[in-house]
Ligand binder design. Structure first.
Ligand SMILES: [Mn+2]
Length: 321
């Protein structure tokens, strides 16, 4: 059987009208890979619509995509939907859900346990990011990783690898980054732009959260929580919490970090771990998903109860416990 990459490349060349979607509240990989596929399809002369139910987060407005990201379904024809960085068919949200059942779907992803919900599926759990897979797709289609395409792929690579520091950074990942640099991307200004998106409110909210950080399981688990009250007091939103869980993971002796935040009608939790501690299994137990060292999900219960459940489950996932 033809490998999924080749089948997808062939399908793309034979099809005209695309819609590209990534998961709700997109991160740098979801957005970067979505914008990159938009570039590739445009270069190939295809019609392409980018869709994300929750739109472009504020911290990414500097990317200034040349095209709009729709939050409502278009009334133009769509033959194929390309779904990126979604570990489950529910991840793109409820607006697009009926279309995912009725149209041709290409599922490109790197999450553990992806249920292969597409008509064509390309799932590579070893890939650092979906962006890295899209870079491989661009090579297959003979499109160089320069200009905006290079920027979008680079954003995806650095976002999912913690600036090339996590376990998922492979030689192939760095080779792709090198290729993008050779074709003109300047990492200094790029990182500067990506980092310079914070606000004083965000900094103060994060300071308050870190003040309350706690250790459990003899110092092996760190926990931070974000309450609605704190968001209101500091004029911040759940989006301003991005990445703080990594700060508490890197406390000496900590093996896993838990972050819990209150949203309108639910709690979102994020889990991070070092080494062999598999937080994907913990997240999956609570209906979520992700990767071995970075996972998350949603819970509907009081924050204190969620904290207790998660600490208990993560403690059991620690080595030798
Ligand atoms: Mn990803």
């Amino acid at each position: 059987m033809m490998p999924p990459l080749k089948r997808i490349a062939e399908h793309i060349l034979e099809t005209d009208n695309f819609l590209v979607v990534s998961h709700i509240t997109p991160d740098g990989d979801a957005l970067g890979s979505m914008l990159a596929v938009g570039e590739i399809l445009t270069i190939l002369g295809k019609k392409v619509i980018l869709f994300n139910e929750s739109g472009l987060p504020d911290r990414f407005t500097w990317l200034m995509p040349c095209r709009e990201i729709l939050q409502i379904l278009p009334d133009t024809p769509v033959d194929t939907i390309i779904v990126l960085d979604c570990g489950g068919v529910d991840r793109p949200g409820t607006v697009i859900a009926p279309w995912l059942l009725s149209k041709t779907v290409i599922n490109i992803d790197h999450h553990l346990g992806n249920p292969m919900f597409g008509t064509l599926n390309w799932v590579d759990q070893r890939a650092s990011s979906v962006g890295e897979m899209i870079g491989v797709l661009a090579r297959e289609l003979g499109i160089p990783l320069c200009g905006l395409l290079g920027q979008y792929i680079y954003l995806a690579l650095i976002s999912d690898t913690g600036d090339f520091s996590f376990n998922n950074t492979r030689p192939e990942t760095l080779e792709m980054a090198a290729e993008i640099l050779r074709l003109g991307l300047l990492p200094g200004p790029f990182h500067e732009q990506k980092q310079s998106t914070g606000t004083i409110n965000q900094l103060q909210m994060r300071g308050a959260v870190l003040q309350q950080a706690k250790l459990y399981a003899q110092g092996k688990i760190s926990v931070i929580t974000f309450t609605k009250e704190l968001f209101d007091q500091t004029g911040t939103t759940p989006e301003d919490t991005e990445g703080l869980v990594n700060t508490v993971l890197y406390i000496r002796g900590v093996q896993a970090a838990i972050s819990i935040r209150e949203e309108a009608n639910s709690l979102k939790f994020s889990l991070r771990s070092k080494g062999s501690t598999n937080v994907q299994a913990v997240a999956a137990h609570f209906g979520g998903g992700g990767h071995r060292n970075a996972a998350g999900g949603t819970l509907i219960m009081p924050i204190a109860q969620a904290q207790e459940l998660l600490i208990d489950a993560v403690t059991k996932a620690l080595p030798n416990s």
